[in-house]
Design a protein around this ligand. Structure first.
Ligand code: UD1
Ligand code: CA
Length: 461
């Protein structure tokens, strides 16, 4: 369910992502563009959109001194170049911080913002398309009844003439409802020349990227307008807008999951990660949370209130209600994990079952093995983690503690309530608990003694 990759035209594309700025309104120690939406940073979403639109070169303009942003870029777009913008003098100034990337040449240049995580590869592909038709600038724009704050796209005789920032607009220009979404595509041949000619003689004293439009028009070059939904171009400046972006992306992920053949009984209660992969005929019951790196095979059922992260489910697996799968959980075909069962870094082979109240960590559970209620792998001695191996077809009785490192052989049986500290051979029975004693007829005497003692205490007080 990652962003749809659309075909590109074979033309080279440089994407410049503007990500400078302190993001003060987030009130956060984390740089704004590293805040996450659906388990991926906002910057990660924009980089993925740029890659999906066929970017052959990516340049990111960053706030100086944000090493964590540089690390994120290196991880997600290893070939990308990072350019610090020393002073925040406007969007055109920011693009020119990446002058070297522009000078390297490309057929098309697309400029995106690191804080607009909803933008899709498909939209960037549509935005650059007019360049292949001979346009020099393509502006992304939307109509809105509430244009306040946006740059207005000015049109005369059906042709775009300029973009006017709110601060610089006349009363009549402010009445215009066609707004600049901010993102823009420029012909690589003209980009540097246009950007270098943008001045800062305006109300904000900033170098405005949208001024490229009026310059292109005065040069007699063609400018196109590409429409986008206002919501898709929304920037995130604070945590309220962050939650709005999260809701929008969740909506997309839920829709994509359903279209791809999963049944979501109450989609609005299911939360996906950007990279969740569901097979066909998966049923997801209400209130399920998918963290990053989850793959679910065909025909699985995820019962209500389950939480999954870094887990791989083969076909026909059932989990929950109230299952917790942590990173490294691998459930092979037909495995079954029931209520209040936690699995971490452990493989349940085909048809293995752990149906109730169990913790399995750092373990392999062989095919068809049955793990009784309350079984715990004691994988941690306070310093090191140790492994537990359970053979195919083994039966672990309820409330067993498996003190790792330890192994239970194939087909073995472990008696309920055992504390297993040594390996159990294949086919053996192991019982490791206090032996039961029977004192025939002793109950009545015991009860009389307890009652007499209680009466003596009541009298004394
Ligand atoms: C911009 C557009 C406006 C459009 C609006 C849509 C300009 C001058 N105006 O305004 O026409 O309607 O987007 O939301 O472009 N940035 C830098 N360095 C800078 C300045 C900005 O990296 O010196 C980055 C910001 O981090 C942000 C992006 O560029 O990601 C846009 O900047 P912002 O200040 O939000 O522009 P707007 O005022 O919203
Ligand atoms: Ca903005």
């Amino acid at each position: 369910m990652t962003d749809q990759t659309t075909t590109n035209s074979g033309r080279s594309l440089t994407a410049i992502v503007l990500a400078a700025g302190k993001g003060t309104r987030m009130r956060s120690d984390l740089p704004k563009v590293l805040h996450e939406v659906a388990g991926r940073t906002m910057l990660g979403h924009v980089l993925a959109a740029a890659q999906g639109a066929g970017a052959t070169r990516i340049a990111v303009v960053v706030e100086p001194g944000q090493a964590s942003v540089a690390r994120e870029i290196a991880a997600l777009a290893p070939g990308a170049a990072v350019y610090p913008q020393a002073e925040r003098l406007g969007t055109a100034h920011a693009v020119l911080a990446a002058r070297a990337a522009l000078a390297a040449g490309a057929d098309d240049v697309v400029i995106a913002f690191g804080d607009t995580p909803l933008i899709t590869a498909a939209t960037l592909t549509r935005l650059r398309a007019p360049l292949a038709q001979g346009c020099t600038v393509a502006v992304l724009a939307f109509e809105t009844p509430n244009p306040k704050g946006y740059g207005r796209v000015l049109v005369r005789d059906g042709r775009v003439t300029a973009i006017r920032e709110e601060k610089d607009a006349t009363e009549a220009e402010r009445a215009v409802t066609l707004c600049n979404a901010g993102l823009m595509a420029l012909s690589g041949r003209h980009a540097l020349d246009l950007l270098a000619r943008i001045g800062n003689a305006n109300a904000a004293g900033e170098y405005y990227l949208p001024d490229a439009v009026a310059l292109a028009v005065s040069d007699g070059l063609a400018v196109a307008v590409v429409d986008v939904a206002e919501a898709e171009a929304q920037g995130v400046n604070d945590r309220v807008q962050l939650s709005v972006a999260e809701a929008a992306i969740q909506g997309r992920l839920r829709h994509a999951a359903q279209v791809a053949g999963a049944t979501l009984i109450a989609p609005e209660t299911v939360f996906f990660s950007h990279d969740t992969v569901l097979g066909r005929d998966v049923v997801v019951e209400p209130h399920v949370v998918f963290g990053p790196r989850v793959r679910v095979g065909d025909g699985c059922v995820i019962h209500a209130f389950s939480h999954l992260e870094g887990a791989t489910l083969a076909d026909g697996v059932g989990i929950g209600p109230y299952a917790r799968l942590r990173p490294g959980a691998v459930l092979e075909t037909g495995a079954r994990v029931g209520n209040f069962v936690e699995i971490k870094n452990a493989r349940l082979e085909a048809g293995a079952k752990a149906n109730h109240l169990t913790y399995i960590g750092d373990a392999v559970v062989g095919a068809g093995a049955n793990i009784g209620a309350g079984t715990i792998t004691c994988n941690y001695d306070g310093v090191n983690k140790h492994r537990t191996t359970i053979g195919a077809g083994a039966f672990i009785g309820s409330n067993t503690a498996l003190v790792a490192p330890v192994g239970v052989g194939a087909g073995a049986i472990v008696g309920a309530g055992s504390v297993i500290t040594a390996d159990v051979p294949d086919g053996a029975i192991a019982v490791a608990r206090g032996r039961q004693r029977i004192l025939a007829g002793a109950a009545e005497g015991k009860r009389a003694k307890l009652q007499a003692e209680k009466a003596a205490r009541t009298k004394a007080s």
